[in-house]
Design a binder for this molecule. Structure first.
Ligand SMILES: C[S@@+](CC[C@H](N)C(=O)[O-])C[C@H]1O[C@@H](n2cnc3c(N)ncnc32)[C@H](O)[C@@H]1O
Length: 286
């Protein structure tokens, strides 16, 4: 089952169209914070993990910074640190800039995480929340992360797992054969991609967070507001008809429980160290 999904993701139909991706997030930048409740929660849970790492980074990269939730957190967490907020959508970076506080040392880079516009060995810590799942090639993104990390540097990230948006995916599959909902990669495969990129001993875990909604249209509105459109090459190129939409909504109603509709998010967490032969010390406490 996992294998089948993996294979499908290497097919051209499952490729993310980067032009559409950037456009979607540019458009979403201004209203993103209104709907990004789950995204903030996930980023907070990821950043809490820094409490258990004895690190003193001087340069931190927030890869896929969005409106700057992580960049602003690490700027406070590590006073005096230089933070680089990087995103494919410059509108997102403008939102981050608008929240900067006096004393923050944040610079902005408009770039793709699969081809990072930063020098080798230039960053001590990378934080990246809910961004790598938008990449076509996890190994490419992780290889880029490893390239820009200094020896001994740390990567901390989150992604979606295969069960994220499973209700929506199931309901659309009942209606037609089009790719309405993105597919996501299992944490074991994400861990393998880290190893293939040259990271050592990646630590992976996953959890389910269920968000409840009053109606399906609200779910679709929230996804649209944060810019989470279907930007796969194999998406339907004509408008989805009203009848199909109504059939999907009716199908989703079968999930209603205690008056609300669930939306499952499988969250994958990972961290890994850039370990060269000359650096063998881990700075982690319990
Ligand atoms: C779901 S948002 C998460 C934003 C932020 N990390 C947070 O937790 O709120 C995903 C962000 O990743 C950016 N993004 C997606 N694919 C990217 C890529 N290939 N390179 C750089 N940024 C990307 C989007 O523009 C968007 O701002």
């Amino acid at each position: 089952m996992i294998k089948a999904r993996e294979q499908r993701m290497s097919e051209p139909d499952f490729y993310v169209n980067k032009i559409l991706l950037r456009r979607a997030f540019e458009k979403a930048a201004q209203a993103y914070d209104e709907a990004a409740v789950l995204q903030r929660e996930v980023a907070s849970r990821m950043l809490e993990r820094l409490d258990y790492m004895l690190i003193e980074p001087q340069v931190i990269l927030d890869a896929g910074a969005g409106t700057g939730y992580c960049a602003l957190d690490v700027a406070v967490r590590y006073p005096g640190v230089q933070v680089i907020a990087l995103d494919i959508a410059s509108g997102m970076l403008q939102q981050t800039r608008s929240k900067m506080k006096p004393g923050n040392n944040i610079s902005y880079v408009s770039s793709d995480v699969e081809k990072i516009a930063l020098a080798d060995n230039s960053v001590d810590l990378i934080v990246s929340s809910l961004t790598v799942q938008w990449c076509n090639d996890y190994i490419k993104a992780f290889t880029e992360f490893k390239r820009v990390l200094k020896p001994g540097g740390c990567l901390l990230f989150t992604s979606f797992g295969p069960d994220a948006l499973k209700e929506l995916r199931h309901c659309w599959h009942k209606v037609d054969n089009d790719n309405h909902v993105n597919s996501f990669i299992d944490m074991h495969h994400v861990g393998d991609a880290l190893l293939q990129a040259g990271f050592k001993d990646p630590v992976m875990d996953a959890e389910i967070i269920t968000v409840t909604y009053n109606d399906v249209y609200q779910i679709m509105r929230d996804l649209k507001t944060i810019g989470a459109h279907n930007v796969l090459n194999g998406r339907r190129h004509s408008l989805t008809g009203k009848k199909r939409l109504q059939a999907m909504v009716a199908e989703y109603e079968t999930f209603r429980h205690e008056g609300v509709l669930p939306m499952t998010y499988e969250i994958v967490y990972g961290h890994a160290w850039e370990v060269t032969d000359s650096v063998s010390v881990r700075f982690e406490k319990k």
